[in-house]
Write a protein that binds this ligand. Sequence first.
Ligand code: ADP
Ligand code: MG
Length: 448
Amino acid sequence: MRSAWRGVTTTPKRSAPSHLPAKRLLKLKEMFYSKFGSIPKFYVRAPGRVNLIEQDMLIAAEPVKTHTIQLANTNPLYPDFSTSVNNIQIDKTKPLWHNYFLCGFKGIQEHFGLSNLTGMNCLVDGNIPPSSGLSSSSALVCCAGLVTLTALGMNLSKVELAEICAKSERYIGTEGGGMDQSISFLAEEGTAKLIEFSPLRATNVKLPSGAVFVIANSCVEMNKAATSHFNIRVMECRLAAKLLAKNKGLLWGEVLRLEEVQAKLGVSLEEMLLVIEDALHPEPYNPEEICSCLGISLEKLRTQILSPNTQDVLIFKLYQRAKHVYSEAARVLQFKKICEEAPDNMVQLLGELMNQSHVSCRDMYECSCPELDQLVDICRKFGAQGSRLTGAGWGGCTVSIVPADKLPSFLANVHEAYYQRNARSLPPEKQSLFATKPGGGALVFLEA
Ligand code: ADP
Ligand code: MG
């Protein structure tokens, strides 16, 4: 298993992977020529999170002798940008598109401790629906990281690249884990992956053959860096971890993640759910109570624990968030176990887990929204065995498990019930509804 991810991502393939349409590549090549007056030297593609075969971030690139990065985008919504490599500024208050590219660039630059890198010309062409929970942001960061590495002629393992990009996406202001960047690099065609951390590893999970996973976009966009929802949840989990650690007599100062508390106590996820009942109360906490539990000042809470965009939050639902995180982690393991054992009613069992996930996201983690709840209900009504939001939430996509023989009627009915009925508010280009299967990870190729 390990060999699958020890491989070096940067050994370029000669030609484009077969799923990339020739027309898209030709358009990219032509636009690159009209922007920069030359032919791209190489291309990088990186997938989004549910790892859709045909939806990815594609960058045509060329190293140049000057120390300038010039970025262009095939989508006119994303304006051209240029900067000196020696003056990379990532504004956390405004997540403009080029900042995601710069996150990837800066990650590689810092990893090797390099200054005065050569510049490059890059043309970005992405078709992952943005701000929809399919992790277009991480696909862009990962793609940019791999472009930079390739332009430098350096090598890194996929695991190293994933770790660098997970860290460097935080320059945009979101305190993300590392799931999205990991799968963008470690994905393999034909198999789902269980991603685990410390140390980062990916294990194959064989999905059921009689069912398909269908993505449906609620068409509510939520930019994770422009709002504080995402970081508030990360901070609530961080505080819950600290309170649990303190309650159990552990050194809580260094603890950041709920998983660390479990690891330090050496107990199961189910036991952690009991620890929560004992150590946290369902009523929301205010900052004063948290400070008194931890024995710290408000000043210390704000400056040393909370992120810049969560300093003024007054309510923290620690019990609910911790309960969601541990129960969700338990469901992930149950999902894998069911896939391994492949019982006859496997699709039904997997569907039930996905339904439980959605309820927990909605009620405990509170990261759903009315449109997602409605879409999940519609998907279940028309044949999905299970359906849930995917990605960070507050909008974006659902993923449903649908028996293969029901797929055509499922697609037609969901289209009618969610997209046609709401047609006025949903622009056609956003009405994405498609079956997906596990595709490959990020790669470099030389000829379009
Ligand atoms: P997601 O769930 O897709 O990761 P985020 O809110 O984290 O959503 O990131 C979305 C941002 O990623 C967009 O606002 C945009 O800045 C950037 N982005 C996504 N797709 C593209 C693209 N094709 N070209 C340039 N930037 C993009
Ligand atoms: Mg994102």
